[in-house]
Write a protein that binds this ligand. Structure first.
Ligand code: SF4
Ligand code: SF4
Length: 112
């Protein structure tokens, strides 16, 4: 089991893409490569209204900002998330928190 993970309460994700920019700047990734991607899911509610969910997910390039962790810093994406809907921590702790949230995803991740 992955020791660390990322809990994202996507109900509050605005799709601002700040996490992607923060990750690219932190790791100096070239255009098109990123440790996190924000996707959009558009659908229609029963009342006819259109709703868009933004779903951030970690890619294989994510190293959970090991260098920052070593200095006691939060991952760059977490620090710069505009809606503070991302949380990094022990997978076991985050799993407990996820159980209490109606619309969240828990990414378990072992950096390669
Ligand atoms: S934890 Fe670090 S490497 Fe992973 S997506 Fe966030 S900024 Fe990128
Ligand atoms: S920075 Fe936060 S609010 Fe903005 S897209 Fe990323 S997860 Fe969503």
């Amino acid at each position: 089991m992955a020791k660390y993970g990322m809990l994202i309460d996507y109900d509050y994700c605005t799709g601002c893409h700040s996490c992607e920019v923060a990750c690219q700047q932190e790791h100096n990734f070239p255009v098109g490569l990123n440790g996190i991607k924000v996707t959009e899911y558009e659908y229609q509610l029963a009342n006819g209204k259109i709703k868009i969910d933004f779903m951030p997910f970690l890619t294989d390039l994510c190293d959970l900002c090991m260098n920052r962790q070593a200095e006691g810093e939060r991952p760059s994406c977490v620090k710069h998330c505009q809606s503070a809907c991302m949380k990094f921590g022990l997978t076991s702790d985050l799993a407990d928190e996820a159980a209490a949230q109606p619309r969240a995803v828990l990414h378990t991740h072992i950096p390669k």
